[in-house]
Design a binder for this molecule. Structure first.
Ligand SMILES: CC(C)(COP(=O)(O)OP(=O)(O)OC[C@H]1O[C@@H](n2cnc3c(N)ncnc32)[C@H](O)[C@@H]1OP(=O)(O)O)[C@@H](O)C(=O)NCCC(=O)NCCSC(=O)Cc1ccccc1
Length: 148
């Protein structure tokens, strides 16, 4: 697998998130990095996403959403036809390691992309309440790959 993405792939994913996907655009998801077998997505801190803790910490579902989306999008370039194929989550496992109180960044790497199933490993980083940037969640996702 080369690390080269088809021309315009990043712009297409950005268009999908910002213009076509109401939930992901509402969360403010952005593409930070995209290669043939990995992607990094981010969500900026927003009070509307927090639990009522002191200090406020981001609801775990937000990190799970970002991890799920990153794990799935990381697999898209592995499809025989990345434009017309599709990806759907079969199973997602998330371990929350620390509380998150800042921007979230999820980095997903393809572990294996087969013909009909792919697996991605995902790490989510954020600022923690003590002011350090650390890994706040680690996940693994299995995805159904639709080749056309
Ligand atoms: C498909 C499978 C995972 C496995 O079953 P198998 O027996 O191996 O599959 P089979 O070959 O029989 O396929 C037939 C079924 O597959 C459906 N389909 C076809 N093409 C597509 C397509 N392109 N995308 C989606 N589905 C497609 C088709 O309508 C048909 O359904 P039907 O039979 O008519 O109702 C099944 O258990 C399932 O659909 N689970 C729910 C999965 C789910 O909802 N996950 C959460 C949402 S993902 C998310 O949010 C994360 C994310 C977001 C954004 C970006 C990245 C990540």
């Amino acid at each position: 697998m080369t690390d080269e993405l088809p021309t315009g792939a990043r712009e297409m994913v950005e268009y999908y998130i910002e213009e076509e996907h109401g939930y992901l655009s509402w969360l403010g998801v952005s593409v930070e990095d995209f290669t043939k077998n990995s992607i990094t997505l981010a969500i900026p801190y927003d009070e509307k996403l927090t639990n009522t803790t002191d200090p406020p910490t981001i609801h775990g579902g937000i990190a799970a959403t970002l991890a799920d989306t990153a794990g799935g999008l990381a697999l898209r370039p592995s499809l025989a036809d990345p434009l017309n194929g599709g990806v759907a989550t079969i199973n997602l496992n998330i371990n929350y390691l620390r509380r998150a109180s800042g921007d979230l960044a999820a980095h997903a790497e393809v572990i294996r992309a087969g013909n009909s199933v792919g697996v991605s490993e995902i790490y989510v980083e954020s600022e923690t309440p003590d002011g350090e940037t650390q890994m706040v969640a680690a996940g693994m996702g299995a995805y159904r790959l639709f080749q056309d």
